[in-house]
Design a protein around this ligand. Structure first.
Ligand code: SF4
Length: 141
């Protein structure tokens, strides 16, 4: 059984799981993944959301698509499932999360206006990780 050192947003290791069906691969994380050091999760897909899917942002505590469909429950479910996967990997040392996302964003997220503006805050998964898994988190732009 492998012993991953890093928990990573799956889009950062090249999985095409973003809302638009693309990835956000970053070389150093792709290499770490190839070396077997990464546990990659996409909590939005784990919550049952399809790929591609409408973009969503957090507004007044709810996660809403740009057509105002409330996907908060899918986000909560996906974050919980991803957290449970992480909790089964005691070798984890550090977490890399895709910046600005309403799920994985850490410290800054889109402000709910779908205009590209950022505000301070955490995505649903980042919030879970901060409260339940005391590991350093690095947002990746
Ligand atoms: S939920 Fe996280 S891992 Fe999945 S596409 Fe969004 S930022 Fe990437």
């Amino acid at each position: 059984m492998s012993s991953p050192k890093f928990l990573v947003s799956a889009c950062l290791v090249g999985q095409k799981c973003r809302y638009d069906g693309k990835d956000q691969a970053r070389d150093f994380l792709v290499k770490a993944h190839q070396a077997g050091d990464v546990l990659a999760v996409c909590p939005e897909e784990l919550g049952g959301l399809p790929t591609p899917r409408p973009p969503a942002e957090i507004f007044q505590g709810r996660v809403l698509t740009h057509q105002n469909v409330d996907v908060t429950e899918q986000y909560r479910l996906g974050a919980e499932k991803a957290l449970q996967i992480a909790l089964q990997a005691p070798s984890l040392e550090k977490i890399y999360l895709k910046s600005n996302s309403p799920m994985c964003g850490c410290g800054k997220i889109y402000d709910g206006s779908f205009s590209g503006k950022l505000t301070s805050g955490d995505g649903i998964f980042a919030r879970e990780l901060k409260s339940k898994l005391k590991l350093p988190i690095e947002p990746v732009d």
